[in-house]
Write a protein that binds this ligand. Structure first.
Ligand code: BGC
Length: 807
């Protein structure tokens, strides 16, 4: 087979330009005369969502059944990179079986706010943990010769206005937090593809952002694969080619292909730049064709078992006064609709059609335990149903144990919008409080993809957070409740007491066009631990049915970058049963002249120990473990001095400490953001971060982008419906758009939810993306819509008719 370069040299300009966008919603284009045949991409990330029907662009309900593994939020709570790799491998096997070449996942975006609607698809508030687990997932998928697509690059940390918003984030926070997760995944696992996100950084749309897509991703990190746009993220396709965006997805209906060809013809775009993209797309096609395994097969049973193991490993025992594990065959009242209708995955484009679902109620019933069941509350985000609470109380009062299943319904947590608060539905909170007041042993099993508040916490005996457990969640819950599996998950994020405590609370979702990351480096535990803020549960927290002790740290007193540096600690299981401990290593300088957060995670390991057994855990640290990003010098730098190394079972459960002296490079003297210039960052207190305008501007070191919600005429294809709502014609457009969306989705439950998602986010989708995102509006209509917004009705109608006729 000729090389990709040779193949591209045989292509016409139109063929090359054509390769730069998809053939349809999921496939790349083919050029049969050169032996290039269609390659298929499918969502991701926690299983495969392959579309059966080409016309149904999102078709969640209609996708080919595949194993629904626990989503990233749960996998992250396992802190088990090897397990994540195994799940990736299983997804890779399913991709091979279904003829899918590219799996659209994993997602490595950081959980900047606990309110982001899509947090369930991401790993952690910590970049090191996120990066390591994303790398493991990629290694698993690619080990099966399927391609992984790391997404959404970068700083896509909110759902609100995700296609418009500029992530206004200072360079240090960008590098140390938001990019680090991607950097680790790229450097360690070399994903075949990276997906550029919808948002803008430095006011440049990510699909045109040369600094990120080429200078940082390729030149600094050595990425060798293909960059694909998120679906409908392209604004100026020619600028995209120039920036290093190889492939636009989905199809642009030929519009952008023609623009690329024209730009090359008139000399605006050097053909060599187009060739680079065409070569990368061709390379992906030829690689995929070579790697597709004939007669691939996977065992549904084996993958279901793996999903069960993963769900159990990712559950976090938040509280336990001894009620768990269940002892002596108790009589158990199972309460809560979520026992029978579990929420086991997130809503939106990642929603998988599972091969089967094992509910907690069925698993408990089949276990031989004495079970009785009451629903307790209504479906969705509903207020208290007194009849159902009464029924539950009658059932539970005389039982040994009450296990309440509760959490967040789909409507509270989804791709497409963010949450407004951290509360669970009031009907569920009221039910738990009532049971806790009336019944002896109340165990709460939570199903949610992100933090919630727990007003009843002090009254219940145990809380087992299952996050979203995937299709085998039922069996996993049974294993955990009965002690067959000892809980070993730890929180990959902080659970705050209230949404207003979150460091970004004052700034999250604050602007349509600019989201100011004023909290800078102080995300999650980096802030809460710095200010000793009271939290509901801290980062890294998680209990076990056994106990562990830690020995002293064994390490050198001096760190030098050229010699390997290890930290050793002995961990022992001193309890009665087998258990696994997640050993965490954090680092902080003893003193610093620059802005520093609380101790940062720089290593973790999961150890399995029989009762009485001990093991040495070894961490290897390198220069980067101690480094900060020096924005002035534009490179990673090390501040000299003593650093405290803390090791333990949680960020607030430190069991051993040591001090190491590190030689620095003195570059911190050039840092401009000092205590004098940005005092607010050096005097943070609990209860949320508040940074004056001028201090954030000083830190950002560039003019702050505008945040306003209104736009002035003339409108362009980048305008969204929310920005023309003050006009009558804007409101009319919204009404029509709603009708179109409703008509283009199916009537089953999953499609109805998707329609809701589309409606919720439609206000904030720029006109240019309406056709590519939903597939309902033909390419070219965007220009008609712009004319309409500007009041040029006649030309608008003409352009729309032309676009529909062409379709
Ligand atoms: C999501 C991506 C997803 C793509 C295709 C987009 O809206 O942001 O994560 O892979 O759709 O479904």
């Amino acid at each position: 087979m000729p090389t990709a370069k040779q193949l591209v040299s045989q292509m016409t300009l139109e063929e090359k330009a054509g390769l730069c966008s998809g053939a349809d919603f999921w496939r790349l284009k083919s050029i049969p005369r050169l032996g290039l045949y269609p390659v298929m991409m499918s969502d991701g990330p926690h299983g495969l969502r392959q579309q059966a029907d080409e016309d149904d662009c999102l078709g969640i309900g209609d996708s080919v059944p595949s194993t629904c593994f626990p989503p990233a939020c749960t996998m992250a709570a396992s802190w088990d990179a090897d397990l994540v790799r195994q799940v990736g491998q299983a997804i890779g096997e399913e991709a091979q079986t279904q003829g899918v070449s590219v799996v659209l996942g994993p997602g490595a975006n950081l959980k900047r706010s606990p309110l982001c609607g899509r947090n369930f698809e991401y790993y952690s508030e910590d970049p090191y943990l996120s990066g390591k687990l994303a790398a493991a997932m990629i290694a698993g998928i690619q080990g099966q010769d399927a391609a992984a697509c790391l997404k959404h690059f970068a700083a896509n940390n909110q759902e609100y206005a995700r296609l418009l918003v500029n992530a206004t984030v200072d360079e240090r926070a960008l590098r140390e937090l938001y990019l680090t997760a991607f950097e680790i995944a790229v450097r360690e696992a070399q994903p075949r593809c990276v997906m550029s996100s919808y948002n803008r950084i430095g006011e440049i749309t990510m699909s045109e952002n040369k600094r990120l897509l080429t200078d940082i991703l390729r030149k600094q990190w050595g990425f060798k694969g293909l960059v694909v746009s998120d679906w409908g993220a392209v604004r100026d396709r020619v600028a995209g080619v120039h920036a290093g965006l190889d492939l636009e997805m989905p199809s642009c209906g030929g519009v952008h292909d023609a623009e690329i060809a024209a730009a090359v013809r008139c000399g605006e775009l050097p053909e060599a730049e187009l060739d680079k993209c065409a070569v990368r797309v061709t390379q992906l096609i030829t690689d995929s064709m070579k790697k597709q395994k004939k007669n691939a097969f996977y065992s549904r049973d084996a993958h279901h078992e793996l999903a069960r193991k993963a769900a159990a490993a990712g559950a976090v025992l938040l509280k336990n006064d001894g009620a768990l594990p269940l002892k002596d065959k108790p009589s158990v009242a199972v309460v809560g609709l979520m026992a029978a209708q579990p929420r086991y995955q997130g809503a939106g484009s990642s929603k998988i059609h599972p091969t089967r679902i094992e509910t907690p109620l069925d698993a408990l019933r089949d276990s031989g335990l004495k079970i009785s069941y009451a629903e307790g509350y209504d479906d969705g985000d509903t207020p208290v149903n007194s009849d159902k609470v009464r029924e539950a109380l009658t059932l539970a009062r005389n039982k040994d144990v009450t296990v309440v299943f509760a959490g967040l319904p789909d409507s509270c947590e989804s791709e497409g919008w963010d949450r407004e608060h951290l509360q669970m539905p009031s009907g569920q909170n009221a039910l738990i409080a009532a049971l806790a007041n009336a019944c002896p042993n109340v165990v709460v099993v939570l199903q949610c993809g992100a933090p919630v508040t727990m007003p009843w916490l002090s009254k219940v005996n145990a809380v087992l957070l299952c996050y979203l457990g995937g299709q085998a969640c039922g069996g996993a819950v049974l294993d955990l409740l009965t002690g067959k599996v000892n809980p070993s998950g730890k929180l990959p994020e902080t659970f705050p007491l209230h949404e207003s405590d979150a460091p970004c609370a004052k700034y999250f979702d604050d602007g349509l066009r600019s989201s100011e990351y004023r909290e800078s480096l102080f995300v999650g535990y980096r802030y809460y631990n710095k200010t000793d803020a009271p939290v509901l549960f801290s980062f890294g927290h998680g209990l076990s049915y056994t106990q562990f002790t830690y020995g002293k740290l064994r390490m050198n007193k001096k760190f030098t970058p050229d010699a390997p540096f290890t930290v050793k600690v002995r961990v022992k299981n001193t309890g009665e049963c087998f258990g696994e401990e997640v050993v965490q290593l954090y680092i902080a300088p003893k003193a610093s002249r620059i802005m520093r957060t609380a101790a940062e995670l720089k290593g973790f390991a999961k150890v399995a120990l029989k009762p009485g057994a001990g093991k040495d855990v070894t961490f290897t640290l390198d220069e980067r473990s101690f480094a900060y990003y020096n924005a002035e010098a534009r490179r990673w730098a090390t501040e000299g001095g003593d650093y405290v190394i803390s090791v333990g079972g949680g960020s607030r459960d430190i069991r051993a400490e040591g001090v190491v002296s590190v030689a620095g490079d003195g570059l911190e003297k050039r840092v401009r953001a000092t205590a004098k210039k940005v005092p607010a960052y050096f005097n943070l207190t609990a209860g949320g971060v508040e940074i004056p305008d001028e201090e954030f501007a000083a830190l950002y070191a560039a003019p702050l982008p505008r945040r306003s919600r209104s736009r002035k005429q003339p409108f362009d294809t980048d305008t969204c419906l929310a920005e023309v709502q003050h006009l009558r014609r804007g409101r009319l457009m919204m009404r029509i758009a709603k009708k179109v969306v409703r008509k283009s989705y199916g009537r089953d439950e999953a499609s109805a939810h998707l329609a809701q998602m589309a409606l919720n986010s439609m206000m904030y989708v720029p006109v240019r993306s309406l056709s590519t995102m939903g597939g309902a509006i033909p390419a070219g209509v965007d220009r008609a819509l712009v004319d309409f917004m500007n009041g040029h009705y006649l030309t608008a109608v003409k352009k729309a008719l032309r676009a529909y006729r062409k379709r």
